[in-house]
Structures are given as C-alpha cells and as structure tokens.
Design a protein around this ligand. Structure first.
Ligand SMILES: [Fe+2]
Length: 284
C-alpha cells in the first residue's frame, strides 16, 4: 500500500513539468478532443504534481472511478479485477531525468497524464469497465487474460480514433495512453510506417503485440460510442470463446509469458494470430 502523501522532490517536479510542457506542444491536432477536455476537467498542470489521494477523491465525485495506488507493475488478473470495480491502478513513482524518452514500465506520468483524462469520457470509461467486467468470470484462465490484454492494449494503450476536426473534416487522432505519453510514438503512430486497420473485436484479440518497440499495427475506432457498442459482441462471443480456448493454447500462452521463453532479441513469442479465435463458431 502506498502512503497517502507522496513526497516528490524538486527533480521530480522538473521532470513532470518538462514532460507536460513537451506534450502540450506536441499533441494539439494529434490527440483526440476528449483528451484535452479531460485534461481541463481533471486540472492537470505542469506547475505541480498532483497528489493521487486528492485526485482520486475529486475524480470519484466527477466520474465514479477511483485511483488505486500501486507499486510498479500489477499482476494482469489483479489489474483487470480492479478495472471491473471502476478502480484504475496508478503507480506513483516518477521517471528520472535520464528516462524522459524511454521507460520499460509505467510511471506516474504515463498513468496519470496518459490515462486519467480519457477516463473522464463516459463512453470510453464505460467501455473500459465493461470489457473488464465481461471477462471477469474467465480471469482464472491465462489464455482468456491474454485475449483481454490484447483488447486493452490495442484500444486503451494504443488506440487511434477518426474524429472531425474544427472544420468538420474527419482526421486520425490518438486516444491510447501509451501513445499520448510518448513523444516518439505520437509522431510514429500517425505517420506512414505503421499499418492502420479498422477496429474489429475478433481481429484485435487475434493480434499479438509488442512491448519493446513501436506497434506494427494500430486499430482505428470511428467513435467511443462504437467502442462501447462492441461490448455486446464481446459478451456474446466470450462463452463460445471460453469453450474452444483449449488447454494446448493455454499452455502455449503460459510458455510464451514465461521469461525463459522470450526471444533472444527481447521480443515476445505469443500465440499465433490464427488461434484460438479461428476456431470460434460463428453462432451458437
Ligand atoms: Fe498504461
């Protein structure tokens, strides 16, 4: 359990203000409008690092969500159980000046600046809660946790959205926290290199992801309402998916998740795209 008051240092305050000011210059015209609205609503400012306990109380009265202080990476199952209770885990440590551009695990800047503003958007936060809740009966099975992680990854962390700009013209925008909190991936995700696909629930859950590099593919949603509406397909799909996600697939996932099974270049060797979703009956 984290203390109620986090004693940030002058160096921490410098890191926080540098990161916020840098993204404030970079994100206009690239981030979803909901991000800017959320920033204003939550009141995140470069001049001071918010205390999580106070932020959580204020946010709860605004949205019904609380922030759960955690110490580093949380076990996947615990993480999703918290989301199913509208409690968002946030780590309180902040990166050092030497880590401004690269981190191997989330820090307070990523969790707070990247995630919190979008949580103020009702259809988006209802989607986040709804996906965790839909998977809740299956979280004891690693293969199902992996599928939920992929869905979370390609939407909440690395999602893109198509929305109208001030002239009413539809443009690509960023809503994923992993991109919003990364200078490099902000430009990369909207550029010419990566593949961008329309959001498709089953295709997303059949796509392995990278933790050690920019994504090769991003999924684009037409709106947060469409994201929320996809939950009905998810709820009807999950019982069938749980029946066909067999023990071999589960073992393959467990092996891929173990440190010794990672490739020598640090890449994950996750479940092939073709399984287990390819085996899901179309109806029933
Ligand atoms: Fe994150």
């Amino acid at each position: 359990m984290q203390p109620a008051f986090i004693p940030y240092t002058d160096t921490d305050r410098q890191v926080w203000s540098t990161l916020l000011e840098r993204q404030a210059l970079l994100l206009p015209g690239k981030a979803t409008a909901a991000f800017g609205e959320g920033l204003r609503q939550v009141g995140l400012q470069a001049a001071s690092i918010p205390q999580l306990a106070a932020l959580s109380e204020r946010f709860h009265s605004l949205t019904g969500w609380r922030f759960e202080p955690v110490n580093g990476i949380v076990d996947d199952r615990v993480f999703f159980e918290l989301l199913a209770e509208r409690r968002f885990p946030i780590t309180t440590w902040l990166r050092s000046p030497a880590q401004l551009d690269y981190l191997e695990e989330p820090d307070f800047f990523h969790d707070c600046y990247g995630h919190v503003p979008l949580l103020a958007n009702e259809p988006f936060s209802d989607y986040l809660h709804g996906m965790a809740e839909a998977f809740r009966p299956y979280l004891h099975r690693p293969v199902m946790v992996e599928l939920l992680t992929r869905l979370y990854w390609f939407t909440v962390e690395f999602g893109l959205i198509r929305e109208a700009n001030e002239q009413g013209i539809a443009e690509l925008r960023i809503y994923g926290a992993g991109i919003l909190s990364s200078v490099g991936e902000t430009a990369y995700s909207l550029g010419d290199v990566p593949e961008r696909r329309p959001f498709d629930l089953q295709q997303v859950m059949a796509t392995p992801y990278r933790k050690d590099a920019y994504q090769g593919v991003y999924y684009v949603v037409p709106s947060y309402e469409a994201l929320f509406a996809s939950l009905s397909e998810l709820r009807s799909l999950l019982p069938r998916l749980a029946r066909v996600a067999d023990e071999a697939a589960l073992q393959q996932l467990a092996d891929a998740a173990a440190p010794h099974a990672r490739g020598s270049d640090g890449t994950d060797t996750l479940l092939p795209v073709s399984t287990p979703l390819a085996a899901v009956p179309a109806a029933g």
